[in-house]
Write a protein that binds this ligand. Structure first.
Ligand code: MG
Length: 384
């Protein structure tokens, strides 16, 4: 029986993970949960899964949860970033699923890493903004990172058992999102509703917009650099509209290993939780004979400049990826609120990156300060 903590339990990844725990009750016990604002759903999850400890991000949610649980002994209820970090380090947990969206996931992820846990990582931003520090702490505390991002899960599976010397290149696949094939002029007036209509994947709002801009793939390129210790120039991206091949490892002998499955996040979540075993029926099998085609094409980075911005930030390194990520979070939020155009997202990120004085990303303090600076600077751009 594996004991699991889920950080971000009310989000898309968290709910899928709980479906898996529900389907395999003799294999998984939920010992801790954390959530943001959706306290009603968290309450329902507490009733169903009976964790030892939970945390909510703000005091308003804490008050609601305390009232709802009045007179009940468990779970222990914590609040704020410190509370979430305490849940992340819960002593009885074997594995911590880090599924908080955005840079808010960094400190809880680090907390789990410093407690020596196996961390199933869905929060890619932790590696984007502080990859060097996080990976150094993983080595120091003897834990492990298991990728939950579908592309990284695919690469992890395709690299298994082979020495790194044999790898020529990692190829991340991208669906291309809802606007694939459009030209820049056709993107000026697209709305958040248009952008949220992802052709293949059901995901949270932030990542769905990131998929539409290709920033998600940019973040994933940086994530792959850190996770697999691979230099930036050996990671490339191909658009694969069917989302069946989740990524590819190219070897020096001309072999390509690819991982295929239906586009269903329960696959990579289940694999991270069950590793090195596999969970029967985690995802419905493919009907290969019914797949009309699998196609691959180069990304259109003129129309979708965010991918290049991500490459540029990682090529420079230091605090620039953190700044790019923070500016993106602010811009995506503003776009979802209808305050800016879709095409303003890369413009704002590029502007904030260009005025940042890059520092070495040697400590969490430096990175978080750059994150704060970039958020402030991006807010100024919104109103400029
Ligand atoms: Mg992904």
């Amino acid at each position: 029986m594996k004991k699991i903590v889920i950080l971000g339990s009310t989000g898309s990844i968290g709910r899928s993970a709980l479906q898996i725990a529900e389907a395999f009750p003799d294999q998984y016990k939920i010992v801790g949960l954390s959530a943001g604002r959706n306290v009603d759903l968290l309450c329902a999850q507490i009733e169903q899964f009976r964790p030892k400890v939970v945390a909510v991000s703000d005091t308003a949610g804490y008050a609601v949860l305390k009232a709802a649980r009045r007179g009940k002994k468990s779970p222990r209820i914590l609040v704020g970033s410190d509370g979430i970090c305490e849940v992340a380090a819960e002593s009885s947990a074997d594995i911590v699923l880090s599924a908080i969206v955005g840079s808010a996931g960094l400190m809880p992820t680090l907390s789990a890493v410093r407690a020596g846990k196996a961390v199933a990582l869905a929060n890619k931003e932790a590696l984007v903004i502080a990859g060097d520090v996080v990976m150094a702490e993983v080595r120091k505390y003897g834990g492990a990172l298991l990728p939950v991002d579908s592309e990284h899960s695919a690469l992890f599976q395709c690299m298994h058992g082979w020495t790194r010397d044999g790898i020529r290149r990692l190829i991340l696949t991208a669906s291309g999102g809802p606007f694939r094939g459009r030209k820049r002029s056709a993107l000026r007036d697209v709305t958040a509703k248009d952008a949220l209509r992802h052709p293949n994947w059901t995901m949270g709002k932030k990542i769905t917009i990131d998929s539409a801009t290709l920033m998600n793939k940019g973040l994933e390129v940086i994530e792959a650099c850190h996770l697999f210790g691979m230099p930036l120039e050996r990671i490339s991206v191909l658009i694969h509209p069917q989302s069946i091949v989740h990524s590819i490892v190219e070897y020096v002998d001309g072999s390509y290993l690819a991982q295929m499955s239906r586009p269903d996040m329960r696959g990579p979540i289940a694999l991270a939780l069950s590793y090195p075993e596999r969970l029967p029926g985690a995802v419905e099998p493919l009907r290969l004979e019914q797949l009309a085609s699998l196609s691959f094409e180069q990304p259109d980075t003129k129309t979708f400049p965010c991918l290049d911005l991500a490459y540029q930030s990682m090529a420079t390194g230091g605090t620039l990826p953190a700044v790019m990520n923070a500016a993106n979070e602010i811009a995506v939020h503003a776009f979802l609120e209808g305050r800016i155009r879709f095409t303003d997202i890369p413009r704002i990120i590029s502007r904030v990156m260009s005025v940042h004085a890059v520092l070495p990303a040697s400590t969490i303090g430096v990175v978080m300060e750059s994150d704060r600076w970039a958020r402030f600077r991006a807010q100024e751009e919104l109103t400029a």
